[in-house]
Design a protein around this ligand. Structure first.
Ligand SMILES: [Zn+2]
Length: 437
C-alpha cells in the first residue's frame, strides 16, 4: 500500500527494487550455464586448449547488480597464451569487469553528455556505479571498437560496390542528395604539457576542423502537416580525420544509402573550396549547388558596400534581387550587380563589389535555384547545418577539451547511433529497436 504522500513513482521504484534480486539471479544462472557450455578451444585461433583448470571465479557488474561466474581456463599452445573461453562467449573480454549492457550504457551516455554527468545519471537511473575515470575509459574503448567497425563496414561497402552484381530493382528513379559542411572543435593537443607549453609562450589549445556530411534519397524526403521537410532515412558522417577521412567515409555512406542505384546525385555546400574539390574528386558525376543562403549573404555584402548603414535602401535593393536569385536566374542577378559596380567610383566599395561579382561568376553554374525548386530539390544545406549544430552542442560545451583520438572515437559512436547501426556494435540491442533502419 502506498502512503498518503507517495505516488506511482514510489510504487515503480519499490517494484524495481523488489524484482532486482530475481533478475540478478536469473542473469547469473544463465551466464553460468553459458560459461559451462563453452568448449575448451581458444577464442582467438580456435586451437584446442590444454592444461585446463576450472573454478576461476570472477565478478562482473551487470545492469541488475554484480554476478560471480566460475570459469575454466586453459593454455593455447598456438597463441602461447592463457585463455578463458567463457569470457569471450559472454562478451566479457577486455572489459574492466562490466557486462555488455553496462558497457553499452557507458558508451551511449558518454557520447551524449560529459563523463562526470554520465556517471551520475547512470547511477541515478539504474543504480549502477561506474566511477568517472572507468566510464571514460570504457567509453573510449567502445569508441575505438566503433572506429574499427566503421573501417570494416566502409571496406565491405566499397568491395560490394565494385562487385559486378545485378543492380537492385528500383521502381522509381531517385536522386541522391549529399550535403557537406565543417565546424571547429577546441582541442588540447598535448595533455599534461600545458604548463611547459605556456612557459614556452605557446597556447596549448588549438582549433581543429570537424568535417560533416549527410546524404539522403530525395524520394525519402517528405513534409510534416506543418510543411516542414522531414527525411525518413538519412546517413551521417562526422570526422576529425581531415578531408581524406571525410571523402572516403562520405562516399561509403552514400553508397550504403543507395548512391550506386541513384539516377543522379547533387552535392550542396557553402562556398568553401574544399567542398567542390571533394565533389569533383569523389562524386564526379554529381551536380553541384551553392547553398542558397550563402549566396544571399554575398548579395548582402554587395548591398552593404553600396548603401553602407542605410538599412531601408539596402532592404529595398536586396529584396527583389533575392527573389530573382530564387525564382529566376543568377545571370539576371549578376547583370544587375555589374551595373551597380559600373556606377561606383574606384575605391574600397568598388573593390569589395568586384570581389562579390567575381564570386557570383565563379559559382554561377552552382546557382540553379529555380530548376532545383521546380524539381523539388533542396536549395540550401539546412540538414547538414542542423547536424553540425546538434553535434556541436555536445562537443562545444564551455571548458570542454578533447584529444584528437578521444573525439574521433566519440564522434564515431555518435554517428553509429544516428545512422541506426548501434546494434552492430552492441548486438544485444538489436531486439530493442527493430524499427530503427
Ligand atoms: Zn589461440
Amino acid at each position: 500500500m502506498l502512503a498518503s504522500d507517495e505516488n506511482l513513482g514510489h510504487l515503480e521504484t519499490q517494484a524495481a527494487q523488489d524484482v532486482q534480486p530475481l533478475l540478478r539471479e536469473a542473469v547469473q544462472r544463465g551466464a553460468q550455464a553459458k560459461a559451462d557450455a563453452s568448449p575448451p578451444v581458444c577464442p582467438v585461433c580456435g586451437h584446442k586448449l590444454s592444461r585446463l583448470s576450472s573454478g576461476h571465479a570472477r565478478t562482473f557488474e551487470t545492469r541488475f547488480g554484480s554476478i560471480t561466474i566460475q570459469r575454466t581456463r586453459g593454455y593455447c599452445k598456438r597463441c602461447g597464451k592463457w585463455r578463458v573461453p567463457a569470457d569471450a562467449a559472454l562478451g566479457l573480454e577486455e572489459t574492466a569487469g562490466y557486462s555488455p549492457a553496462v558497457q553499452e550504457m557507458a558508451a551511449l551516455l558518454a557520447s551524449k553528455m560529459p563523463v562526470e554527468e554520465a556517471s551520475v545519471v547512470l547511477e541515478h537511473l539504474t543504480g549502477i556505479k561506474v566511477p568517472r575515470a572507468t566510464l571514460d575509459r570504457e567509453a573510449r574503448r567502445q569508441g575505438q571498437r566503433a572506429q574499427r567497425l566503421r573501417t570494416q563496414l566502409d571496406e565491405q561497402t566499397r568491395r560490394g560496390a565494385s562487385d559486378k552484381k545485378p543492380l537492385e530493382l528500383t521502381l522509381e528513379p531517385y536522386q541522391m542528395i549529399i550535403q557537406l559542411d565543417a565546424w571547429n572543435i577546441r582541442e588540447r593537443d598535448n595533455w599534461g604539457k600545458s604548463a611547459a607549453l605556456r612557459r614556452a609562450g605557446k597556447e596549448p589549445e588549438r582549433w581543429h576542423w570537424v568535417y560533416t556530411g549527410t546524404c539522403f534519397r530525395l524520394d525519402q524526403r517528405s513534409q510534416t502537416a506543418g510543411g516542414r521537410p522531414v527525411i525518413s532515412r538519412r546517413g551521417f558522417v562526422a570526422t576529425r580525420q581531415g578531408l581524406d577521412g571525410l571523402r572516403e567515409q562520405m562516399h561509403a555512406e552514400a553508397l550504403r544509402r543507395g548512391l550506386g542505384q541513384a539516377a543522379s546525385a547533387l552535392v550542396i555546400g557553402d562556398g568553401a573550396v574544399w567542398i567542390w574539390r571533394l565533389a569533383d574528386d569523389r562524386f564526379p558525376q554529381a551536380r553541384q549547388r551553392l547553398d542558397f543562403y550563402h549566396a544571399v549573404q554575398h548579395l548582402v555584402a554587395v548591398g552593404r558596400a553600396l548603401f553602407g548603414q542605410d538599412k531601408e535602401k539596402l532592404q529595398a535593393w536586396l529584396k527583389p534581387l533575392i527573389k530573382q536569385l530564387k525564382n529566376e536566374s543568377s545571370v539576371k542577378v549578376i547583370r544587375q550587380l555589374e551595373e551597380a559596380l559600373a556606377g561606383l567610383a574606384a575605391g574600397p566599395s568598388a573593390e569589395s563589389v568586384t570581389k562579390e561579382v567575381n564570386y557570383f561568376h565563379e559559382h554561377h553554374s552552382r546557382m540553379d535555384y529555380r530548376a532545383g525548386r521546380r524539381a523539388g530539390e533542396p536549395i540550401g544545406s539546412g540538414p547538414v547545418e542542423a547536424t553540425c549544430r546538434q553535434t556541436q552542442c555536445r562537443f562545444k560545451r564551455p571548458g570542454q577539451f578533447w584529444s584528437s583520438q578521444g573525439d574521433e572515437a566519440l564522434l564515431c559512436l555518435e554517428m553509429l547511433w544516428r545512422n541506426g547501426r548501434w546494434h552492430l556494435l552492441f548486438p544485444h540491442t538489436s531486439a530493442l529497436n527493430p524499427a530503427r533502419n
